[in-house]
Design a protein around this ligand. Structure first.
Ligand SMILES: C[S@@+](CC[C@H](N)C(=O)[O-])C[C@H]1O[C@@H](n2cnc3c(N)ncnc32)[C@H](O)[C@@H]1O
Length: 364
């Protein structure tokens, strides 16, 4: 083949388009590095410190914390460059109340986000994920180690802790009264137990059982339970398979976990079997559409699919024949179909303003 012929076959590259794409790709690298800085700030308590001390220089922050002023100064500049904290001159820095809500207030703010930044994924996990592309078999939450339980806890905690009791429960007809009078409640896929503890504290007359197959999550849940001195909760290291076959519970929760399960259909049947005929199944699932086009409005779509590969789909494929739904795989139509097949007749959506999730009230 003549050289001229070969060069004719190469599509010309649109340099503006390529430069735009290169910039977009570098923003992901920027995100990776900023993520590490957020992890360090959260881990070292620097956001809380900045919230407490008002305007500070690196030297003043160093005095306050006993840390190195030079290291703090470079970190502060990185935070200002990221738009997380404010500075006029690169020497003194302030944290706005809005930034404190997002970065420091893990107990009181629904917008708290810093807890999602657990640090880089351990190299062994990355190797296992690469291997999963060959074998098709992913990692369970347990195999992701204690870090996965901690991150899930801090990432998903605020909505369960702060919105479940005041926002969601009152929307469900008769539920508040039933819990107040004394109900039996199960949380399937309870993780570290945040939803359970919020309910158990608000409704001491009711009894609560958590089910989760991750030992790391259950250990953390048990630790928390002892700290809180709650006597109306128990947490079992078992999946949905541990649910009783007879109608036992007035309320069953499954929060952000059906799409992580290898057998979500079987879980739905088991939940129906363990629920009383007048019981309620409360589901929290990612706001997902059934098609690629429907999901285009999601500004965090790239993060969602990446999280799916790293965590949700991986867990849902962690055994041979796993359903593998993944983060965006359980859209409302599929949830409805699964619920009806398992013997549920009524499904109502509740939008409580959680940007990532939709809540469902499902009844037999
Ligand atoms: C994203 S976490 C959500 C935890 C908790 N519900 C929350 O909102 O914080 C998903 C959980 O589902 C659990 N899970 C996976 N397979 C399960 C199964 N077969 N039965 C019950 N839970 C399961 C995982 O161990 C993990 O703790």
């Amino acid at each position: 083949m003549e050289l001229d012929d070969a060069s004719d076959m190469i599509s010309p590259i649109d340099m503006d388009k390529a430069a735009g794409l290169a910039f977009r790709v570098w923003t992901y690298k920027q995100g990776e590095m900023v993520s590490l800085m957020i992890h360090l700030g959260d881990r070292l308590g620097l956001y809380k410190e900045l919230t407490d001390c008002g305007e500070v220089t690196a030297e003043e922050l160093a005095e306050q914390t006993g840390m190195s002023a030079r290291w703090l100064h470079e970190w502060l500049l990185s935070q200002a460059a990221s738009g997380i904290i404010d500075t006029e001159n690169g020497e003194s820095f302030t944290m706005s109340p809005e930034s404190s809500a997002v970065m420091a207030d893990d107990e009181g703010s629904l917008l708290f986000a810093a807890g999602a930044f657990a640090g880089p994924i351990p190299p062994d996990t990355v190797d296992s994920l690469a291997n999963a592309f060959e074998t098709g078999i992913g990692l369970t939450y347990e195999q992701l180690g204690p870090i996965a339980a901690h991150t899930t806890d801090r990432m998903l905690g605020p909505w369960s802790r702060l919105a479940l009791v005041p926002e969601l429960i009152p929307r469900i007809a008769g539920l508040q009264q039933r819990l107040g009078a004394g109900a039996r409640v199960a949380d399937v896929g309870c993780g570290t137990g945040t939803a359970l503890f919020a309910l158990a504290t608000a409704f001491p007359q009711s009894t609560f059982v958590g089910y989760d197959p991750s030992r790391h999550a259950v250990d953390l849940a048990n630790e928390r339970m002892q700290e809180r001195d709650l006597t109306n909760v128990s947490v079992l290291c078992e999946g949905f398979e541990g649910l009783p076959a007879e109608p036992t519970y007035d309320l069953i929760l499954s929060f952000d976990c059906l799409h992580d399960m290898t057998k979500p259909k079987e879980a739905t049947h088991a939940i129906r079997g363990a629920l009383k005929d007048d019981g309620i199944w409360m589901v929290k699932e990612i706001r997902a559409g059934a098609t690629w086009a429907e999901n285009q409005g999601n500004p965090m779509l790239a993060m969602m699919y990446a999280t799916s590969v790293a965590t949700c789909m991986s867990s849902a494929l962690s055994e041979e024949g796993g359903a593998g739904l993944g983060t965006l795989g359980l859209h409302p139509e599929l949830l409805e179909e699964m619920s009806r097949t398992a013997g549920f007749d009524s499904i109502e959506k509740h939008d409580i303003g959680d940007p990532a999730n939709m809540y469902y009230e499902i009844r037999p």
